[in-house]
Design a binder for this molecule. Structure first.
Ligand code: NAD
Length: 449
């Protein structure tokens, strides 16, 4: 369904456990052939896949606007992110190598071997990039991938699978099985032929999957929820910090795991900060995601809209405007005077809603920033480089930004502390998460004289 219009875009069959079983058999066959393919040839095919994505970038972006309600400019960036990560991972294929370690009486060599078949379970909030974050490095390291996209956003994933085939990737190596989480997703998690699960989604489902993987000691990467702080010190460029605040949590209509939804502002500049941020939020242009002038689109679904409304009433706090409907709209909202432990301040709302809370000093800011079960991202605004480093070290989160809200680059590592996840994606070591290290001892003892 197009979340901006409520029109049906496409109907897609839902995979059964039998479909998953057949896909695993096909994937295992393709993986054997792939792992035996020369690294240079694997890299070439992945680069061709990247080129296919580049050739169809506008088509993929337009599809993302229709099925996920993403702003067209963002959707183009997302398709470009898939292309770039495929290229980057292709570059890693030939650099993936073990080590040699001298030991008494011989030599140890380590071999980095592919895991086999990897299951990638993706959420609906960034369907294309997150599908690629698991898929591209897994393929590069010599694995096969079965991707289960979210129920609401299967179309770009299916198109990516077609483009992989057009690029010449072996049939069965990268398969996309749309379906329900509790059925197709669960069948992937439970399948003994799947060596690793890469799950991105809610902390609730991530915990269930972790428990099931424990049964088989199945490898697992988890990218889960967040409730990230945006800490503004009095010594910062307060105007720049305030003007950057709206899009730090309204990007993708707030459906962003890195959204800075807890704005912590030093009390001495709190009133000034609100004076600057309020008109910026009130003037956000909410509407048609296909229009390049729009700054915020709809939420993904009625269920998500209901979830946001369960935390906050439209029109509360500092707020902008949103269309009436059809479509799933909620106005940009910033709530003041909220206790740090109130549900809206403590839980992941996953909509265009943040809270702003004053703090006294650096120790108070760090205490508030860390008073959460999550630890995905955070921002620190200050002109004092010592404070920037101290606070970045003290905040327990995987991705910190100083005087910025930017978190994600495909060549730097990404992942969460605490209940925001397990393991890291992207970055220079991304392929290592899809290998086992085998240690081989070779004796140098000669025959007995
Ligand atoms: P979700 O947990 O409801 O679903 C995610 C995926 O898991 C979907 O494909 C779904 O079908 C599948 N699933 C659901 N139940 C399952 C089960 N029992 N077994 C196997 N698979 C199952 O999450 P969502 O609502 O689609 O996504 C939003 C969440 O994702 C937010 O919490 C957000 O913070 C998180 N997220 C995290 C990151 C990150 O990198 N840390 C990135 C994006 C989104």
């Amino acid at each position: 369904m197009n979340p901006a219009t409520e029109e049906v875009v496409a109907t897609v069959p839902a995979a059964t456990p039998q479909d998953v079983d057949a896909a695993v058999t096909r994937a295992a066959r393709a993986q054997e052939q792939w792992a035996a393919t020369a690294p240079a040839d694997r890299a070439r095919l992945l680069r061709r896949f990247a080129a296919q994505v580049d050739d169809h970038l506008e088509e993929l972006a337009q599809l993302e606007v229709r099925e996920a309600g993403h702003l067209i400019g963002n959707a183009r960036w997302e398709a470009g992110n898939v292309r770039d990560l495929l290229d980057f991972s292709a570059g890693g294929v030939e650099r993936l190598s073990g080590r040699q370690i001298p030991v008494p009486g011989g030599l140890n060599v380590t071999l980095l071997e592919p895991l086999g078949v990897v299951g990638v379970i993706a959420p609906w909030n960034f369907p294309m990039p997150i599908a690629a974050w698991g898929t591209a490095p897994a393929l590069a390291a010599g694995n096969a991938v079965i991707l289960k996209p979210a129920e609401t956003t299967p179309l770009t994933a299916l198109r990516l699978a077609e483009l992989a085939l057009a690029a010449g990737l072996p049939e069965g190596l990268f398969q996309v099985l749309p379906g329900e989480g509790a059925v197709a997703g669960d069948a992937l998690v439970e399948h003994p032929g799947v060596a690793k699960i890469v799950f991105t989604g809610s902390t609730r489902v991530g915990k269930q999957i972790m428990a099931k993987c424990a049964d088989r000691v199945k490898r697992l990467t988890l990218e889960l929820g967040g409730k990230s702080p945006n800490i503004v010190f009095a010594d910062a460029d307060v105007e720049a910090a305030a003007l950057a605040t709206p899009m730090s949590y309204l990007d993708n209509s707030g459906q962003d795991c890195c959204a800075r939804t807890r704005v912590l502002v030093q009390r001495s500049v709190y009133d000034r900060f609100l004076e600057i941020v309020a008109p910026a939020i009130e003037s956000i242009v909410v509407g048609d995601p296909a229009d390049e002038k729009t700054q915020m689109g709809p939420l993904i679904s009625r269920a998500q809209l209901d979830r946001v409304r369960s935390y906050v009433t439209p029109g509360d706090g500092i707020h902008g405007t949103a269309p009436e409907g059809p479509g799933f709209w909620f106005p940009p909202t910033l709530l003041t005077d909220v206790a740090p432990d109130a549900p809206v301040a403590a839980e992941e709302v996953f909509g265009p809603v943040a809270v702003v809370i004053p703090f006294e000093d650096e120790a108070d800011a760090v205490r508030l920033a860390n008073a959460t079960e999550y630890g995905l991202s955070g921002s620190v605004w200050t002109r004092d480089v010592g404070r920037a480093l101290r606070v970045s070290q003290a905040v327990k989160a995987g991705n910190l930004s100083v005087n910025s809200h930017s978190s994600v680059r495909y060549w730097t590592p990404f992942g969460g502390y605490k209940q925001s996840g397990l393991g890291r994606e992207l970055g220079p070591d991304a392929l290592h998460a899809f290998t086992e290290t085998k240690n081989v001892f070779i004796s140098t003892e000669g025959p007995a004289q």
